[in-house]
Structures are given as structure tokens and as C-alpha cells.
Write a protein that binds this ligand. Sequence first.
Ligand code: ADP
Ligand code: SF4
Length: 682
Amino acid sequence: MPRNPRYDILFEPVSIGPVTAPNRFYQTPHATGMGNMKPNSSAALRAIKAEGGWGVVCTEYCSIHPSADETPYAYLTLWDDEDAEQLAVTSDAIHRHGSLAAIELWHGGFHCNNRGTREISLAPSAVSAEFVYPAQVREMDLDDINRFRRWHRDAALRAAQAGFDIVYVYAGHDYLPFQFLSPLTNRRCDKYGGSIENRSRLLRELIEDTREAVGDRCAVAVRLAIDELHGETGFSSERDGRKTIELLGELPDLWDIALGGSLGNDSCSSRFSAEGYQEKYAAIVKSHTSKPVVNVGRFTSPDTMVSQIKRGVQDFIGAARPSIADPFLPSKIDQGHEDRIRECIGCNICRSANNEGAPLRCTQNPTMGEEWRRNWHPEFIPPAITPENFLVVGGGPAGLEAALALGQRGHRVTLAEACGELGGRVLAEAGLPGLQNWIRVRDYRSYMISQMENVEIFLDSELDAEAVLEFGADQVLIATGSRWRRDGLGHNRRIPLEIAADAKVLTPDDIFNEAEIPAEIMIYDDDHYFMAGALAERLLLAGHRVSYVTPAESISSWSVMTNEHEFIQQRLLSMGIETAFTQSLVRIGKDFITTRCIHSGVETERDFNALLLVTSREPNDRLFQQLPQGSANRIGDCLVPSSIADAIYAGHRFAREHGVDPRQLVPRRERAILQPSTLNQG
Ligand code: ADP
Ligand code: SF4
């Protein structure tokens, strides 16, 4: 299909200093959890973005020196020429598709624990290390600053040697150059401290050093956190941010504008931010420089993108998460297939991967992170050698993804769903406060399926074993999901609870099924992800008095991995939730519970009117168990309850691997290199 002329502006080339981006789609730096230990996986991941039409593709953070070490998190390194050789594979892979390759040079200052390298951590002022551990950080003297500039310059030279077109100076997210900018972390009294002219001196020098070293071949980009969101006591956009751009605005070739000291503000989840949420910050920079500006905002709508450019908010469409959820977003717009964009849902599961030290995964895009390891392509799936008739039971994430991918392989698929609507768990979950974008999991798949002739969907079709067998499919796939447990089994509790027969105990499924809820309700959270917190918010909004009891030390404690933790605490505490932390549930009476402090063992009785148990789920696998052994497969939550991302992955993987020789399915592994000749060198 031809491109809609309305979107032509997105495909204009843009000059960035000595190089030219082929269009305005700019994949800004984002972590992959792969780093220098997984160079093949990293290169293949970036190559897919370039193949999908991103005009600029940037790496994740790349350490310039061993004193910038974030073990156990995965980061790239440009410490020596071998690193440059390794990174050349990534820049080559990006160039093969005609895109510009950018690299984000990084030093984390007090953010680095240096656990791997055992170097002393450095910062503008002597402070405690950022992550809680028994160490402090040394104040850099002028020699240190000069050494740091030399490391940065050397890394820039290696970046150019590795073939990169755009070299970043990274002054964001609480990292070293930003620590000099912020009055909260820079307490120096020399020429690098005090006034904003002094605090921005190092950034100026880094830009000048980089330009002098590689500026003839490479564009120099600055990633700046324009506001660290600590009000006037911190580096604020209205005061320091504006002044920094006034002072340095014309020095780099491009400004990449970030937000907030921590990454949680910059990659804010959809629960706490809307598309384009950083616009007012990018606009400040744009109005003070003639250089191109790029900024993220979870952009998935081409009309919003055009509006950003036309209104002069930015010159590019900056994206990390939308490029993860759909690496082919630009080429879909280019080919008039914007209706097929796999829109990011803003769940931040991708962020959790890096925070857990694991390779990147995505809820919407099951192929993300598997480009090299399993040779999966987000837009191509090999056709089946022998097409078969499939019956898929269940239209949640797992069933929908399996039906779509099986259909794409050329199988004939019938999907039966018990409800009158597709979506399974996301139907209910997308109704929780702030989670409305999660319905995109269903919408993308049901739309794609609606375009296919070989996949048929039957709603209001609850199947039993007899109906399944009568249908006579060649292959049966059960994806009937899970239900929340009513017996208290969870992370903290391995033995079911005894529950008084007349106690009013509810589960999330009861809330979704509109059970009657008294004015006061107690939630017990032993699941620790979003569910208990989001239900608490829903109930508080509906006027209930909510108390929240958990063995954890905070509300929705695992959300620290999705960078939502602070936002959740702030929102629910400000709404008046009552909390009792470090309490595990030991007994449920008619109208009271007994909890035990996980540290002291002291037991406390607490009264309740209704108790909502959010602990764990059990597979809804009755249908599977009723079928003759070997007559069906099962996937997703009905095999093992987990995240939506895991259900989608399970559906996709089943479809890809069905009928393929198992010997071809062994994933490739990145291997550390053995160097026998060095072993006996003493
Ligand atoms: P998953 O995350 O694994 O996809 P979900 O719970 O989201 O699991 O979805 C399971 C879907 O299966 C739900 O939409 C549910 O209505 C449907 N389902 C459950 N049992 C049957 C059945 N016997 N026949 C048809 N559909 C079923
Ligand atoms: Fe978007 Fe979620 Fe995928 Fe991240 S994991 S890219 S937030 S859909």
C-alpha cells in the first residue's frame, strides 16, 4: 500500500552535524540486559530496528572506563581496541540497512558500585554510593577530572574507529556529567562547582573534547536530563536546564532530552503517564537551540508523531519502548500499514529485564531478544511444511498469539472463546485504573486475525472435552488461563490457610465479577506485582476504606523492577491507604485475621469486614485434564500462571516450534572465550 501523504514529513532526511539521518525515526538509547557479554544478541537486536526503518539506532550505555562498572547489570564497554572491534559488529549491522549508528558513552559516577572491577567510585563530591551498600564515593580532584576527560576522549575515538556515526555525551539519569550539573550532588567550591556556568563546565569540555576528537566524522549528541524533578532545590528545567541550553545550546550537533534523575521518570509506565508526556520539556530546549532535538514519549500514533514535528516540539520521533514492541513501526507507516503497528502498552516489563540483570523481553513483541538466539524475526515466521487444522481453546493472550502465529504459518485455525469478548485476563486488567493501554495486547492480535482467512473465531463458545473431541481437529491447543487462589498460597505461604467457613473472603476474580464489596476492605498481598495495588486504587477511587497487609516492605514491591514502585507508593499513600508491612497471614477467622511479623514472629489480630486475597493463581486446566492423554497441548497461564509477556511468548513459541525437528530448535548461546595460553602465566 502507498504511504499516506499525511505522514511524508516523518520520512524527511535530517542533518545531524556531519551526518544525515534518512528519516525522523530515532531509536534512542535503551538497555537490553545484554551488554558486552552478549555481543551477537546485541548486534542482531539493533539490526532488526534498522531493518524495520529506524533512521538512527543507538546502543545502550557504554562504559568508557573500568571505574564505570555496574555489575551485575549488563552494559557495553569501550575500554580498549578489542571492545571497539566487538562493537563494530553492531555498527556494521545497523549500516547494512542504511541507518545511522549511535553510541551512548557512559560514566555513572556514584551510580557505579564497581563490584566487578573493584575500582574506587568517583563523583563531583564525596557522598554515599547511590545503591545502598557499605561504600562511599571519592570526590574527584582536578587530576581526576582531566583523566576522566581523557578516558571520554579515548572512548570517542574508539567509537569512531568502531564505525559509529553519532557519539553521545551522556548527562542524564544521575550519571557523572549530570552529577556535576545538579546542585544536589555537586557541592564543589572550585571552577566546577557553584554557579551553573561552573557546574556545566565539565559538560562543555566533554562536548568540545568529543568534537575535537571525532567531530569531523561523527555527530556529537548530548543526552541531557533537562529537569531532575526535585523542584527548585535540584536541577530544574525552568532555572538550570534553561540556562544550560542557553550556555551550550549550539555546541553539540543534537540534543537528546531526557527527564528526571532516575530512569523511572524517563521511561514512565502508561499507568502513570500518557503518550507525549515529556513534551513541555522538549519544547524548552527546542526554543533555545537551532540544533535538532529528539525526545521520547511512548509514541505509537503516527498522527501524534506528525503533530510533534509540525508544532516544532522536536525534529525526530524519539522512541525506545515503541521500537521494542514494534521494530517495524517506521516501515509499517511507510508502507501504509499503520493499522498493523504492534503498539507498546507501557507495562515496563522491558525495564524489568535489565533491572533483573536479564536479557530484554517485551509483552507485545515475543521475538524481542530472540533475534540471534532463536533466529526469530518480528515480521516473518516460516510457513508450515504440512498445514494442519488447529483448535485453540481460549482467547486470552496465549490463545490469541498462538492462533495468530499458527495462522501466519499457514495452518487453519479455529479459536473458541467462552466469553462474549476476546482478551481473557487483559479484558479485566485493562479496566483497572491507568491500565487501559493494556487492551492493546488483545486489539493488535484480534485485528491481525481479522485480516486472515484461515483463522476463525467463535465467541460465547465454552467447550467441554466432548465438544473438543467431536470437533475433530488435527491439533488441539488449550489456553484456558488461570484463576486466583482462595486458600492463601503465595510467595510467603506454601501451605494452604485454614479459613473460617463464614469469613467474607474474596479474590481478584470476584472483584472483576462485580461481587458486593463492603465499605471497608482489607487486602492481603502475597503476589507483589501490580494486581493488589491496582485493585486498592480502584477500591479507593470507588470510596472504600482500604487497608493493605503484606509480608513485603512496601506496596506492590516487585514493581521496583518496572520502575513504578515510587509512583505506586506515592499515589496510594496520598489516597489514604492504611498499610501494615512485613506481616504474613497465619489465620483467617470469621471477621479477623492473625498476622505474624516476618522478622520478630510477634502475632497481631486485625479485624476485617471483607478480606481480598491477592496471593497466587492456579491453572484453569480442567478441560485439559479431561481430554485423553496426548490428545492436546496446553500453553500460557493454564500450564503455568505468569505474566502476560510469558503467556504471549508461550503462544508464539508453540506456533513457531510446532512440527519443527527438535534438533533445529536448540537456541544459540553466547560463550565466554577460553584463553588457555594465559592460564599458566602466574
Ligand atoms: P492466558 O494468559 O494464558 O492467555 P487468560 O486467562 O488470559 O489466559 O485467557 C484464558 C481464556 O480462556 C479466557 O478468555 C477464558 O474465557 C477462556 N476459556 C476458559 N475455559 C474455556 C473453555 N472451556 N472454552 C473456551 N474458552 C475458555
Ligand atoms: Fe512496551 Fe511493555 Fe513491550 Fe516495554 S515490555 S516495550 S512497555 S509493551
